[in-house]
Design a protein around this ligand. Structure first.
Ligand SMILES: [Zn+2]
Length: 364
């Protein structure tokens, strides 16, 4: 399975020299691409900030405002690097245009005409805020339609057409990165793989753990083993599925220890497919410390995509490995438990367990 999807370097602002040149020229085109901080003032800015030019030796660069704040810098009051009203408005307009008809195919030039921004600037802003390029965004929309159709059992050619791809070959070049594997492999539902699994009773109900040779591919909770095994069979219909309690025992032992509050971290190799955006969200979730929570908005902001709250919630809901990616630590902004893929009650219990074993930690 492909897990590192769509990682492409920024077209120009990739080196410290190019960063510094943009700062020296107050280049607006660099806004959103990176931030710079000044050691002598403890403040960080957008590249175009109109404040007095700093000296090169006092400057450091950060890819996100989050990284700058983590390094101890405060946002500049003048250029307000943490608020992105203008950039967001542009990207929101672009998303609206693309969302209006997921099956249409828009070039970057057409899209930039529609939102009145240069193609170059739009491309970079969009990637910075949404996490993927407009082209990838469109491919992801079509992949979503395709995935649904394939999972409902449609054949590849028909599903391809319905998802707005002109031909299977077009779709094959565009989609693999979004599905995490080629559509036929997805359709094949794990054909060629051996998936070992076991289920066990826990205080949280029945847990099912499944793994390929490369790592854990599923951790799910449910009320009975039969249903969980059926779900596994649907996800990996064509894989060779082998019940193997001995091989899964170390993983299940970790889960039990966690549920008893005697273990805070998992040491599990994971083998899961992810889109570029899911990967970023899941990485952010894994950085939430035991005993703490974050809101969906916090996560979206930490990714530099403050408006992507719903996309973050979707990525949480599609987490294939309960606990190992702690999506249960994400709650509503108002403190509400919100949803959980494996049931709200379980999420409440998990948060309670963590709080109990870490009573001193503040729950953010
Ligand atoms: Zn500034």
């Amino acid at each position: 399975m492909k897990t590192e999807a769509n990682r492409r370097p920024d077209p120009i602002f990739t080196t410290d020299e190019s960063h510094w040149q943009a700062v020296a020229e107050r280049d607006e085109r660099a806004d959103g691409a990176f931030f710079f901080a000044v050691r002598t003032t403890g403040v960080f800015c957008r590249p175009s900030c109109a404040s007095r030019a700093p000296r090169r030796e006092n400057v450091e660069f950060f890819p996100t405002t989050d990284a700058a704040e983590a390094a101890g810098y405060r946002p500049c009051k003048r250029c307000r690097p943490t608020s992105l009203p203008r950039e967001l408005a542009i990207v929101e307009r672009a998303c609206k245009v693309l969302d209006a008809d997921p099956q249409q195919r828009m070039t970057l030039a057409q899209l930039s005409d529609a939102v009145h921004v240069s193609p170059f600037h739009l491309q970079r802003l969009f990637s910075r805020i949404v996490g993927i390029s407009p082209r990838q965004y469109q491919a992801a929309q079509r992949a979503g339609v395709l995935r649904d159709a394939l999972q409902r059992g449609r054949d590849v050619t028909r599903a391809t057409h319905d998802a707005g791809f002109g031909s299977p070959s077009r779709m094959y070049e565009a989609v693999p990165a979004e599905l995490g594997m080629t559509p036929s492999a997805y359709k094949r539902q794990g054909a060629g793989l051996t998936v070992r699994y076991a289920s066990a009773d826990t205080p949280l109900g029945t847990v099912l753990v499944a793994a390929t040779d490369k790592g854990v591919c599923k951790i799910a909770f449910g009320d009975d083993a039969g249903t969980l095994v059926e779900q596994l069979a649907a996800n990996f219909a064509q894989a060779e599925r082998v019940e193997d309690a001995a091989k899964m025992a170390p993983f299940i032992a970790q889960i039990r220890a966690y549920l008893q509050g005697t273990r805070e971290r998992f040491d599990l190799p994971l083998n899961i497919g992810a889109t570029a955006f899911q990967r970023r969200v899941w990485d952010a979730l894994r950085r939430i410390p035991y005993g703490q929570t974050r809101s969906y908005t916090d996560i979206a902001e930490s990714l530099g995509s403050p408006r992507a709250v719903r996309a973050v919630a979707n990525a949480c809901a599609s987490n294939p490995v309960a606990l190992a990616i702690p999506c249960h630590r994400v709650i509503g902004k108002d403190g509400a438990i919100a949803g959980y893929r494996w049931g709200k009650q379980r999420k409440e219990t998990l948060l309670e367990t963590e709080r109990k074993h870490h009573p001193a930690d503040k729950v953010a």
